[in-house]
Design a protein around this ligand. Structure first.
Ligand code: HEM
Length: 700
C-alpha cells in the first residue's frame, strides 16, 4: 500500500488472513516441513535413494525436530476444564467438544481425510507439479484450460433457478464461512530460490503458479496467474505419518463469534451487562446496529492521516472470520450484520426472561441458541433443497443423538472441492431493492465484482435491507453443462488496479491439486458409485455428450478428472441441485458434523420453529417476507407480513429458569473483563488501506 499499489492476490491474502494463534502454528509447521525437505534432499544427493519417512528419520530425531520447531507445543492435547461454562457450552476454539479426543473438530487442526492424499512425490508435491508427470498415461491439463473450456460462461448466457432464491446461495457461503477457512502460506517468496510468488512462473513452494495456455485470451498479457499453496500443518508430519496436510482454522459458530479466544473477546461488548456483541459506534442503519469497524481497533490519527492522503476514507467491518473477511461480498456483510443483531436481541430477551443471569450466561445462552438455529436452518431447511427430498431422507436419517465416536472434523475434499460447488450457482449481477421491492434509481444493479470488498456500499447506499430484499427476490443461477461459472468469477475475481484479476474456477482446481485430492474415480468408488470404463458409460453418468467430449479431450481419461469439476458436472438429483457424488460427500460431512457435536441435541428441539424470515423481521425494517426464504418469490404479492402467524416467533419462555436458581456460570471469573481494550492488529490497517483503493477503483 505504501508503494501505491495492490494486486488481486493481496485481496485473496486478506480473504485468507489468520489470527496470531494460527500464525504460530503455521510458523512451526513451515519450519518442520522445510527442514524435513532439506534432509530428504541431502540424503537423496548422497545416496540417490528416495527414502520413506521412517527410513529418513528415527522416531527420536523426529521428536527432536517436533520440539525444536514448536510443533510439539501446537499438537499438545488440551486439558479440558470441568467448570460450569465448559460443561454447558461449546468452547470458542472447538477444543474439548469431544472429551475423549479434545482436538477433534477444533480450530487450527488439519482437515480430516476420507482417502489418503495423492501427492506427486508421495510427501507433498501437488498433482501436476511436474507438468510432464503422467497419470493413467495422460498428463494433467493446465487448470486455466479447464476453466476456459468447461467453466467459462458469459454473464448474459445463464439460466435462472425456477424455484430457489439467491438467499440459498448466500446461505451456502455463510455456512461455509462457519465451517472452513484454509490459510495460505504466509511467505510470499519461494523457500528455495527466494522468487516472488506474485511474479514467478516457476514452481517452488509456496509458489504454484497457474499457467496461462497459449490459446487463452490472457496469453500475451500474463504468463501465469499467481497462486500460493495452502500452509502446511504440524500434524501429519509426525514420525508415524509424514505428508503435507492443510489446516482448518475455523470452527462451527465462528463467523459470528470468532474461533480464537482473542478474537471472540475482541468482538464482545465487555462493558455491557447483557452479554452483547460490540456494534459500530460511528454509524447505524437508521438506528439498527452495524458490525463494528476494524478501524476502531487502531490508532485513528495514524490511519486518518494515511488514508486521507489516499483519497476516500473507507473502513472494513469486523466479525468472526479473521481480519475483515466478512467484507468479501455484500450478501455476506448483510448476513453477518443480521446475526450480530439477532445475538444482541436474544441476549436482551433472555435478560428479560431471566433477570438474574449474568453477562457470561446471557452471552453463552444467546450463542448456544444461535448455534442451534443454524443447525435447524441448515439441516432441516437448506439441505433438503440441495440434496432433493428423496435423497435427503435416504442420506440424512433422523437425528439420533450425540455419538462421541464420530469425528466431526471438516474433511479436505469437502473444503477444497465438494462445498465449492455453489460457486457455479452465483448470479453475476447484484440487485438491491427498496421498500416497495423495486430497484432504486440511485443504486442500479451492479456486476458482482463491484460488490466484492465494498462495505461502504452498505453504509452509504441504504444499509442491509436493500441487499436482503435483493437476495430474497433474486433467483439463484441454475447450474447447467454449458453454463457453469460466470465470467464475473472466472475473469474478474478481485479486480484491482495492478495485475490481472483471478479466476475462481482455476483457483478451485489448483487448490484441489495443492491439497493432494485424488482424481474423481476414487471418490465415486468411496461413495459406492460406478466408475465409467469408457466414453459411453461416462456420457451415461453426465447425461451430456458435449461435456464428456470436452473433459476427455482435456484429461484423456475420466480417472484423472479433478474431483471438483466432475462433481459439479453431474446432473442434479430429482428436486435437488447436486448430482450423486456431491450428494454423497455433502451428506457424509453434514452427518458427521451433527452426530459428532456433543452440544447439538438439547438445543435443536427447542429452536425448530425459527426461520430466516423471522430473523429478518426481528432485526431489520423489512416487513414483508417469504414463508420459506430459500424458495424463489416471483411476485412481491406472495410475501407475508411479519405479523402473519406462519412467520413463527421463537418462544424464549422455554429458557426460563426459576430465579431462586443461582447463576453458577456468571459466578465464575468472567471471561470478559470490563473495559477490555481491543487489540491493535496490523491486518486492520492493511484492510482499511486496501478498501480506499478498491473504492476509488470502483468509483473511477
Ligand atoms: C460472491 C461469491 C463468492 C466468491 C467471490 C467466492 C470466492 C472464493 C475464493 C476467492 C475462495 C478461495 C479460493 C482458493 O484460493 O482456494 C473461495 C473458497 C471457498 N468458497 Fe467461495 N466464493 C463465493 C461464493 C461461495 C459460495 C456461495 C459458497 C458456498 C458453499 C462458497 C464456498 C467456498 C468454499 C467451501 C471455499 C474454501 C474455503 C477455504 O477452505 O478456505 N463460496 N471462495
Amino acid at each position: 500500500i505504501s508503494e501505491g499499489s495492490f494486486h488481486p492476490t493481496d485481496l485473496l491474502a486478506v480473504f485468507k488472513q489468520t489470527t496470531s494463534s494460527t500464525r504460530s502454528h503455521i510458523r512451526a509447521a513451515v519450519l518442520l516441513y522445510n527442514t524435513i525437505e532439506i534432509i530428504r534432499e541431502m540424503v537423496y544427493t548422497h545416496t540417490m535413494a528416495e527414502l520413506n519417512h521412517t527410513e529418513l528419520l528415527s522416531s527420536e530425531d523426529m521428536e527432536t525436530l517436533l520440539d525444536a520447531t514448536g510443533c510439539s507445543t501446537e499438537m499438545k492435547r488440551p486439558v479440558c476444564k470441568s467448570d460450569c461454562l465448559s460443561e454447558r457450552y461449546r468452547t470458542i476454539t472447538g477444543h474439548c467438544n469431544n472429551r475423549q479426543t479434545p482436538l477433534l473438530g477444533a480450530a487450527n487442526t488439519p482437515y480430516a481425510r476420507w482417502l489418503p492424499p495423492e501427492y506427486e512425490d508421495l510427501h507433498g508435491a501437488p498433482r501436476g507439479w511436474d507438468p510432464q508427470h503422467s497419470y493413467h498415461n495422460f498428463i494433467l491439463p493446465p487448470v486455466r484450460a479447464v476453466s476456459q473450456e468447461v467453466l467459462y460462461t458469459q454473464n448474459e448466457n445463464i439460466s435462472l433457478d425456477v424455484s430457489l432464491s439467491h438467499l440459498l446461495v448466500e446461505w451456502w457461503q455463510w455456512i461455509d464461512y462457519d465451517l472452513t477457512l484454509t490459510p495460505q502460506s504466509p511467505s510470499t517468496t519461494s523457500f528455495k530460490m527466494g522468487a516472488d510468488c506474485t511474479h514467478t512462473c516457476s514452481r517452488d513452494t509456496p509458489c504454484f503458479p497457474i499457467w496461462i495456455p497459449l490459446s487463452d485470451p490472457r496469453a500475451g498479457l500474463q504468463s501465469c496467474m499467481p497462486f500460493f499453496r495452502s500452509a502446511p500443518s504440524c500434524v501429519g508430519q509426525s514420525a508415524m505419518w509424514y505428508h503435507r496436510e492443510q489446516l482448518n482454522i475455523v470452527v462451527y459458530g465462528s463467523m459470528v463469534y470468532g474461533s480464537s479466544e482473542e478474537l471472540s473477546l475482541n468482538l464482545r461488548n465487555c462493558s455491557s451487562h447483557l452479554g452483547l456483541l460490540s456494534h459500530n459506534q460511528p454509524h447505524s442503519d437508521q438506528g439498527l446496529a452495524y458490525l463494528p469497524y476494524l478501524q476502531e481497533t487502531i490508532s485513528q490519527s495514524m490511519t486518518r492521516k494515511t488514508l486521507t492522503s489516499m483519497g476516500n476514507l473507507t473502513f472494513c467491518f469486523h466479525a468472526g472470520r479473521p481480519q475483515g473477511v466478512a467484507n468479501e461480498h455484500l450478501g455476506m456483510i448483510a448476513l453477518h450484520t443480521l446475526f450480530l443483531r439477532e445475538h444482541n436481541r436474544l441476549a436482551e430477551e433472555l435478560h428479560r426472561v431471566n433477570p438474574h443471569w449474568g453477562p457470561d450466561t446471557l452471552y453463552q445462552e444467546a450463542r448456544k441458541i444461535l448455534g442451534a438455529v443454524h443447525q435447524v436452518l441448515t439441516w432441516d431447511h437448506y439441505l433438503p433443497h440441495v440434496l432433493g427430498n428423496k435423497e435427503y431422507s435416504k442420506l440424512i436419517p433422523p437425528y439420533d443423538g450425540y455419538d462421541p465416536k464420530v469425528d466431526p472434523s471438516i474433511t479436505n475434499v469437502f473444503s477444497a472441492a465438494a462445498f465449492r460447488f455453489a460457486h457455479v450457482t452465483v448470479h453475476p449481477v447484484v440487485s438491491r431493492l427498496g421498500p416497495g421491492h423495486q430497484l432504486h434509481p440511485d443504486n442500479p444493479p451492479m456486476p458482482l465484482h463491484h460488490s466484492l470488498f465494498a462495505p461502504w456500499r452498505v453504509v452509504e447506499e441504504g444499509g442491509i435491507d436493500p441487499v436482503l430484499r435483493g437476495v430474497l427476490l433474486s433467483p439463484a443461477k441454475l447450474q447447467a453443462p454449458e453454463q457453469m461459472m460466470v465470467e464475473e468469477l472466472t475473469e474478474r475475481l478481485f479486480q484491482a488496479q495492478e495485475g490481472l484479476p483471478l479466476d475462481l474456477g482455476a483457483l478451485n482446481l489448483q487448490r484441489g491439486r495443492d491439497h493432494g485430492l485424488p482424481g474423481y474415480g476414487a471418490w465415486r468408488e468411496l461413495c459406492g458409485l460406478p466408475i465409467p470404463a469408457n466414453k459411453s458409460e461416462f456420457a451415461g453418468i453426465l447425461g451430456n455428450v458435449g461435456l464428456v467430449r470436452k473433459l476427455l479431450a482435456l484429461y484423456g481419461t475420466a480417472q484423472n478428472i479433478d474431483v471438483w469439476v466432475e462433481a459439479i458436472s453431474e446432473p442434479a438429483l430429482p428436486g435437488g441441485r447436486v448430482g450423486p457424488l456431491l450428494a454423497c460427500l455433502l451428506a457424509k460431512q453434514f452427518r458427521a458434523l451433527i452426530d459428532g457435536d456433543r452440544c447439538a441435541e438439547e438445543q435443536i428441539t427447542k429452536t425448530q420453529s425459527l426461520s430466516v424470515s423471522r430473523i429478518i423481521c426481528d432485526n431489520t425494517r423489512i416487513r414483508l417476507v417469504p414463508l420459506d426464504a430459500f424458495i424463489r418469490t416471483l411476485h412481491a404479492e406472495q410475501l407475508l407480513p411479519c405479523t402473519h402467524p406462519n412467520v413463527t416467533h421463537l418462544n424464549l419462555s422455554a429458557w426460563k429458569e426459576p430465579d431462586t436458581d443461582i447463576d453458577e456460570c456468571s459466578n465464575q471469573l468472567s471471561a470478559c473483563p470490563v473495559n477490555l481494550q481491543c487489540s491493535n492488529t496490523p491486518g486492520s490497517f492493511i484492510c482499511s488501506g486496501m478498501h480506499a483503493y478498491i473504492r476509488s477503483f470502483h468509483t473511477g
